[in-house]
Design a protein around this ligand. Structure first.
Ligand SMILES: CC(C)(COP(=O)(O)OP(=O)(O)OC[C@H]1O[C@@H](n2cnc3c(N)ncnc32)[C@H](O)[C@@H]1OP(=O)(O)O)[C@@H](O)C(=O)NCCC(=O)NCCS
Length: 172
Protein backbone atom coordinates (compact mmCIF):
# COMPACT_ATOMS: atom_id res chain seq x y z
CA UNK A 1 0.00 0.00 0.00
CA UNK A 2 1.41 3.35 -1.02
CA UNK A 3 0.81 6.16 1.38
CA UNK A 4 2.23 9.52 2.21
CA UNK A 5 2.52 11.23 5.57
CA UNK A 6 1.39 14.85 5.81
CA UNK A 7 0.64 17.43 8.42
CA UNK A 8 -3.00 17.25 9.49
CA UNK A 9 -5.05 20.01 7.90
CA UNK A 10 -8.41 21.48 8.87
CA UNK A 11 -10.17 19.61 6.08
CA UNK A 12 -9.06 16.26 7.54
CA UNK A 13 -10.97 16.71 10.78
CA UNK A 14 -14.21 14.92 9.83
CA UNK A 15 -12.41 11.92 8.33
CA UNK A 16 -10.22 11.63 11.43
CA UNK A 17 -13.22 11.75 13.74
CA UNK A 18 -14.83 8.93 11.79
CA UNK A 19 -11.59 6.92 11.76
CA UNK A 20 -11.09 7.28 15.50
CA UNK A 21 -14.73 6.42 16.19
CA UNK A 22 -14.34 3.25 14.15
CA UNK A 23 -11.07 2.34 15.86
CA UNK A 24 -12.07 2.95 19.47
CA UNK A 25 -15.86 2.80 19.49
CA UNK A 26 -18.30 5.14 21.16
CA UNK A 27 -16.94 4.38 24.65
CA UNK A 28 -13.68 6.14 23.80
CA UNK A 29 -14.85 9.35 25.40
CA UNK A 30 -15.15 7.64 28.79
CA UNK A 31 -11.45 6.70 28.84
CA UNK A 32 -9.11 8.51 31.20
CA UNK A 33 -7.06 9.91 28.32
CA UNK A 34 -10.13 11.66 26.94
CA UNK A 35 -9.97 14.05 29.90
CA UNK A 36 -6.85 15.46 28.29
CA UNK A 37 -8.74 16.08 25.05
CA UNK A 38 -12.18 17.22 26.14
CA UNK A 39 -12.52 20.85 25.12
CA UNK A 40 -8.79 21.19 24.51
CA UNK A 41 -7.34 21.44 21.00
CA UNK A 42 -4.64 18.99 19.99
CA UNK A 43 -1.09 20.14 19.45
CA UNK A 44 -1.97 21.00 15.88
CA UNK A 45 1.62 21.33 14.73
CA UNK A 46 2.16 17.72 15.87
CA UNK A 47 -0.75 15.94 14.20
CA UNK A 48 -0.17 13.89 11.08
CA UNK A 49 -2.18 11.87 8.61
CA UNK A 50 -1.41 9.02 6.25
CA UNK A 51 -3.08 9.57 2.90
CA UNK A 52 -3.53 7.39 -0.16
CA UNK A 53 -2.36 8.58 -3.56
CA UNK A 54 -5.93 9.76 -4.10
CA UNK A 55 -5.86 11.77 -0.90
CA UNK A 56 -8.07 9.38 1.10
CA UNK A 57 -7.56 9.24 4.86
CA UNK A 58 -5.82 5.98 5.85
CA UNK A 59 -4.47 6.79 9.28
CA UNK A 60 -4.06 9.52 11.83
CA UNK A 61 -1.89 10.33 14.80
CA UNK A 62 -2.52 13.21 17.14
CA UNK A 63 -0.76 14.57 20.20
CA UNK A 64 -2.27 16.56 23.02
CA UNK A 65 -0.57 19.07 25.26
CA UNK A 66 -0.64 18.15 28.95
CA UNK A 67 0.26 19.98 32.13
CA UNK A 68 3.17 18.33 33.90
CA UNK A 69 3.47 18.35 37.71
CA UNK A 70 6.22 20.97 37.61
CA UNK A 71 3.93 23.35 35.71
CA UNK A 72 5.62 22.76 32.37
CA UNK A 73 3.93 21.71 29.18
CA UNK A 74 4.26 18.08 28.21
CA UNK A 75 2.81 16.14 25.34
CA UNK A 76 0.83 12.91 25.10
CA UNK A 77 0.63 10.67 22.05
CA UNK A 78 -2.79 9.55 20.88
CA UNK A 79 -5.10 8.72 19.43
CA UNK A 80 -3.43 6.65 16.74
CA UNK A 81 -5.73 4.91 14.30
CA UNK A 82 -5.47 3.18 10.94
CA UNK A 83 -8.33 2.06 8.69
CA UNK A 84 -9.23 -1.53 9.67
CA UNK A 85 -8.73 -2.93 6.17
CA UNK A 86 -5.25 -1.46 5.90
CA UNK A 87 -3.73 -2.52 9.20
CA UNK A 88 -0.54 -4.54 9.33
CA UNK A 89 1.09 -2.68 6.44
CA UNK A 90 3.29 -0.34 8.40
CA UNK A 91 1.08 2.74 8.37
CA UNK A 92 0.76 2.87 12.16
CA UNK A 93 4.48 2.51 12.80
CA UNK A 94 5.28 5.13 10.17
CA UNK A 95 2.88 7.56 11.84
CA UNK A 96 4.35 6.89 15.30
CA UNK A 97 7.93 7.33 14.09
CA UNK A 98 6.99 10.54 12.28
CA UNK A 99 5.10 11.84 15.30
CA UNK A 100 7.92 11.09 17.70
CA UNK A 101 10.36 12.88 15.41
CA UNK A 102 8.01 15.85 15.32
CA UNK A 103 7.73 16.11 19.09
CA UNK A 104 11.47 15.86 19.46
CA UNK A 105 12.07 18.53 16.84
CA UNK A 106 9.52 20.73 18.61
CA UNK A 107 11.73 20.70 21.70
CA UNK A 108 9.82 18.44 24.06
CA UNK A 109 11.97 16.49 26.50
CA UNK A 110 9.79 13.43 26.20
CA UNK A 111 6.40 12.00 25.29
CA UNK A 112 3.74 10.32 27.38
CA UNK A 113 1.36 7.63 26.23
CA UNK A 114 -1.39 5.36 27.44
CA UNK A 115 -1.21 2.49 25.00
CA UNK A 116 -0.31 -1.11 24.37
CA UNK A 117 3.15 -1.95 25.60
CA UNK A 118 3.76 -4.45 22.81
CA UNK A 119 3.21 -1.80 20.17
CA UNK A 120 5.01 1.14 21.76
CA UNK A 121 7.95 -0.44 23.61
CA UNK A 122 9.92 -0.88 20.36
CA UNK A 123 9.88 2.92 20.03
CA UNK A 124 11.45 3.24 23.47
CA UNK A 125 8.37 3.87 25.63
CA UNK A 126 8.88 2.51 29.15
CA UNK A 127 6.70 2.35 32.27
CA UNK A 128 9.60 3.18 34.58
CA UNK A 129 9.96 6.64 33.04
CA UNK A 130 6.57 7.59 34.46
CA UNK A 131 6.73 5.58 37.68
CA UNK A 132 6.25 8.73 39.76
CA UNK A 133 3.60 10.30 37.57
CA UNK A 134 -0.12 9.85 38.02
CA UNK A 135 -3.10 10.32 35.75
CA UNK A 136 -6.49 11.70 36.81
CA UNK A 137 -8.24 8.35 36.44
CA UNK A 138 -7.54 4.68 36.02
CA UNK A 139 -5.82 3.07 33.06
CA UNK A 140 -5.09 -0.58 32.32
CA UNK A 141 -1.93 -1.90 33.99
CA UNK A 142 1.35 -1.34 32.14
CA UNK A 143 -0.18 1.02 29.59
CA UNK A 144 1.06 4.34 30.95
CA UNK A 145 4.56 4.89 29.58
CA UNK A 146 7.05 7.57 28.70
CA UNK A 147 9.73 8.12 26.10
CA UNK A 148 12.56 10.47 27.04
CA UNK A 149 14.60 12.51 24.57
CA UNK A 150 16.55 14.10 27.39
CA UNK A 151 17.96 12.34 30.43
CA UNK A 152 15.37 12.09 33.23
CA UNK A 153 13.05 14.62 31.55
CA UNK A 154 10.07 12.54 32.71
CA UNK A 155 11.49 10.30 35.41
CA UNK A 156 12.63 13.26 37.54
CA UNK A 157 9.00 14.43 37.85
CA UNK A 158 6.46 13.23 40.37
CA UNK A 159 2.80 14.03 40.79
CA UNK A 160 -0.32 14.39 38.71
CA UNK A 161 -0.39 15.03 34.97
CA UNK A 162 -3.37 17.25 34.24
CA UNK A 163 -5.28 18.52 31.21
CA UNK A 164 -3.66 21.52 29.58
CA UNK A 165 -6.43 24.05 29.92
CA UNK A 166 -4.77 26.99 28.25
CA UNK A 167 -5.98 27.43 24.72
CA UNK A 168 -3.35 29.96 23.79
CA UNK A 169 -0.24 29.32 21.77
CA UNK A 170 1.00 25.78 22.32
CA UNK A 171 4.69 26.32 22.28
CA UNK A 172 6.97 24.20 24.40
C1 LIG B 1 -2.77 -0.03 16.49
C2 LIG B 1 -2.89 0.38 15.03
C3 LIG B 1 -2.83 1.87 14.91
C4 LIG B 1 -1.69 -0.23 14.30
O1 LIG B 1 -1.69 0.25 12.97
P1 LIG B 1 -1.08 -0.63 11.80
O2 LIG B 1 -0.95 0.21 10.60
O3 LIG B 1 -1.82 -1.90 11.68
O4 LIG B 1 0.35 -0.95 12.42
P2 LIG B 1 1.65 -1.45 11.65
O5 LIG B 1 1.25 -2.08 10.37
O6 LIG B 1 2.63 -0.36 11.59
O7 LIG B 1 2.18 -2.52 12.67
C5 LIG B 1 1.56 -3.75 12.74
C6 LIG B 1 2.25 -4.57 13.81
O8 LIG B 1 1.82 -4.08 15.09
C7 LIG B 1 1.24 -5.15 15.81
N1 LIG B 1 0.17 -4.60 16.64
C8 LIG B 1 -0.96 -4.02 16.23
N2 LIG B 1 -1.70 -3.65 17.30
C9 LIG B 1 -1.00 -4.01 18.39
C10 LIG B 1 -1.24 -3.92 19.76
N3 LIG B 1 -2.34 -3.38 20.23
N4 LIG B 1 -0.29 -4.41 20.61
C11 LIG B 1 0.84 -4.96 20.14
N5 LIG B 1 1.11 -5.09 18.82
C12 LIG B 1 0.20 -4.61 17.97
C13 LIG B 1 0.74 -6.10 14.73
O9 LIG B 1 0.60 -7.40 15.26
C14 LIG B 1 1.85 -6.02 13.71
O10 LIG B 1 2.95 -6.79 14.11
P3 LIG B 1 4.05 -7.31 13.03
O11 LIG B 1 4.65 -6.09 12.37
O12 LIG B 1 5.00 -8.08 13.86
O13 LIG B 1 3.26 -8.14 12.07
C15 LIG B 1 -4.17 -0.16 14.36
O14 LIG B 1 -4.24 -1.55 14.60
C16 LIG B 1 -5.43 0.49 14.91
O15 LIG B 1 -5.88 1.50 14.38
N6 LIG B 1 -6.00 -0.11 15.96
C17 LIG B 1 -7.19 0.42 16.60
C18 LIG B 1 -6.88 1.65 17.41
C19 LIG B 1 -5.76 1.42 18.42
O16 LIG B 1 -5.72 0.40 19.10
N7 LIG B 1 -4.84 2.39 18.46
C20 LIG B 1 -3.68 2.35 19.31
C21 LIG B 1 -4.01 2.67 20.69
S1 LIG B 1 -2.74 2.13 21.77
Amino acid sequence: MNFTLSDEAVEHAAAIESLVDTAFGPARKTRTVYQFRDGIPPATNLCYVALSNDGDMLGSIRFWPVLMPDGGQGVMLGPLAVLPDLRGQGIGKALVAHGIAGTRAAGYGGVLIVGDRGYYAPFGFREEKVANLELPGSVAPLTFMGLEFEEASLSRLSGMVLPFRETAEQSV
